[in-house]
Design a protein around this ligand. Structure first.
Ligand code: NAD
Ligand code: DAU
Length: 352
């Protein structure tokens, strides 16, 4: 394979850092550029091990800042772009939707335009890969799965902004011929996930002996995917996915929230040498998330049939590895939960 200049936006975030690590090691002849604003969710500590690699470059930048984006694209000819930069947390999108419209919609369009200008109709061997979510499809009842044909029906400001960004990416393909591909993935988990999301939040609370806030009746269901397997799927789709297509990615691993939290409590009791039931005593049902989608489940047959991708991490093993990582990285956890995190947490959970 020839050398390539690959831009990954949002590479200092949770999934982005796993993807950067994967690409830097797997493709030593590529130069991997990580463009990230370093919001509260972006953290260069996520990439300490990658920093010394000769094929890795970090650029601090905001996809809303068109001038800096243009300056970067003026300096570097990119062969491909994998776009992950986003505001990613549903609860935050309910507290403050505007940032989601700006970053996820306008930011995506800025990046599409930067790519279109640079490639200027010369699209051979170029690719714009947009990373999206299964939440664009809305909410399922007790049965059924999201396929690539499921109509869009987003319900939260976050999922509406991601749905809008998907439509813009698709429009740039149909109108301007930009060689795009999109994937819509289910809930990821693993090391480096910011502790506002369910699994790391619960781990943090177990470690600090705080209540475990389960929304509503705890019966909402998510399909969980080990983040390392998501990075591998992105690599495959980036290199072998068909232009103009959408691919669903899922873990084939549905869990009701309450069952998942109970399993995590068992895992944590085991790792901490506590008697069974200790962590579960912290479970606390709280007021539901407004517009809380009931169930997500992904049918990833297309990805499996076309590109041979299949997830294999078990939930128990994945949770053990995740929990162990947070135990071993208490400084990271302390760092990201200091300062503004407390204000967010109080706003989100106070009186619930
Ligand atoms: P994250 O919140 O952990 O990371 C987002 C990253 O984007 C951060 O590093 C942040 O600094 C950066 N960023 C935010 N605004 C920016 C801006 N204006 N300019 C440049 N950088 C900016 O998110 P994540 O969970 O890693 O998700 C990454 C992508 O994957 C998102 O697009 C998200 O919608 C999508 N996704 C996430 C999941 C999941 O379960 N976490 C599942 C499916 C899809
Ligand atoms: O499905 C993919 C999406 O998964 C991604 O696009 C999003 O970026 C990602 O944040 C995630 O969204 P969710 O809303 O599903 O993830 P979260 O971890 O916030 O919540 C998972 C479930 O747990 C959801 O049903 C809400 C519930 N929950 C969450 C938190 C933070 C609780 O019960 N208590 C909590 O404290």
């Amino acid at each position: 394979m020839s050398p390539k200049n690959l831009l990954i936006s949002g590479g200092a975030g949770f999934i982005g850092s796993h993807l950067v690590r994967h690409m830097v090691h797997r493709y030593p002849h590529y130069t991997i550029w990580n463009l990230d604003k370093l919001t509260y969710a972006g953290n260069l500590e996520n990439l300490r091990d990658v920093e010394p690699m000769p094929n890795y470059r970090f650029v601090k930048g905001d996809i809303l800042d068109r001038d800096s984006l243009q300056a970067l694209f003026d300096q570097q000819p990119f062969d491909g772009i994998i776009h992950l930069a986003a505001e990613s947390h549903v609860d935050r999108s309910i507290l403050g939707p505007l940032a989601f419209v700006e970053t996820n919609v306008t930011g995506t369009v800025n990046l599409l335009e930067a790519a279109r200008r640079q490639w200027d109709g010369h699209f051979a061997d170029k690719r714009f890969y947009h990373i999206s979510t299964d939440e664009v499809y809305g909410s399922l009842g007790d049965t059924g799965f999201f396929t690539e044909q499921t109509p869009y029906d987003p319900r939260s400001p976050y999922s509406a902004s991601k749905a809008a960004s998907d439509h813009f990416v698709s429009a740039w393909h149909h109108t301007f011929g930009l060689p795009v591909v999109i994937s819509n993935c289910s809930n990821n988990y693993g090391p480096f996930q910011f502790p506002e999301k369910l699994i790391p939040l619960m781990i943090h609370h177990i470690l600090t002996d705080q209540p475990l806030p389960v929304y509503g009746d705890g019966q909402n269901t998510r399909d969980w995917l080990w983040v390392v397997e998501h990075a591998a799927a992105i690599d495959l789709i980036y290199h072998q996915g068909r232009t103009g297509e959408t691919y669903n990615i899922g873990g084939n691993n549905e869990w009701k929230n309450i069952d998942l939290v109970r399993l995590l409590c068992e895992v944590m009791d085991g790792l901490l040498g506590r008697s069974p039931g200790t962590s579960a005593r912290l479970i606390h049902f709280v007021r539901d998330r407004p517009g809380h989608d009931r169930r997500y489940a992904i049918d990833a047959t297309k990805l499996e049939k076309e590109l041979g991708w299949k997830p294999c991490m078990s939930m128990k093993e994945g949770l053990e590895q995740t929990a162990r990582w947070y135990l071993d990285n208490s400084e990271w956890l302390e760092h990201v939960t200091s300062g503004a995190y407390r204000t967010y947490y109080d706003q989100q959970y106070r009186g619930r």
